[in-house]
Design a protein around this ligand. Structure first.
Ligand code: FE2
Ligand code: FE2
Length: 135
């Protein structure tokens, strides 16, 4: 078992979104594995870079889908993305500036935000998009 395991309840039914969520889980699990093995310093910079880059792509893809199909909750959803994107960009900047990062707090926050966003906000567009033929 990983630190954050994929469960069926996380699925939105939109394949690109679900695959991207699973990739984000893998990144977080890689960080957790490194922490357990005392290798945090070796991997933290790469994981932060990957997370910043990957969340940008993922959030953009979701936002394009919502906008394209006229999903009413698009604006509120996008605001949640922006808030989280700046949080991880801040963490990445702190790391680049050589400031200490509490990786336990970071990984706990990543898991908490991602699971609650997927189970709450992302689930809202799943049925909407599927009803419009998006798979
Ligand atoms: Fe998402
Ligand atoms: Fe989202």
């Amino acid at each position: 078992m990983g630190f954050i395991d994929w469960k069926e309840e996380y699925a939105t039914g939109v394949s690109v979104v679900d695959a991207q969520h699973q990739c984000m889980f893998e990144l977080i699990n890689a960080l957790h594995d490194a922490m357990r093995e005392g290798q945090t310093k070796v991997i933290i910079g790469t994981v932060l870079d990957d997370l910043v880059a990957y969340t940008k792509v993922h959030f953009h893809d979701e936002e394009v889908l919502m906008e394209q199909y006229g999903f009413a909750g698009w604006r509120r959803h996008t605001k949640e993305h922006q808030a989280f994107a700046s949080e991880i960009e801040d963490a990445s900047q702190r790391y680049l500036l050589g400031r200490p990062i509490n990786t336990v707090d970071l990984i706990t926050r990543l898991k908490q935000w991602l699971t609650s966003h997927i189970l709450g906000t992302d689930q809202e567009f799943g049925p909407f998009l599927r009803a419009r033929g998006v798979k």
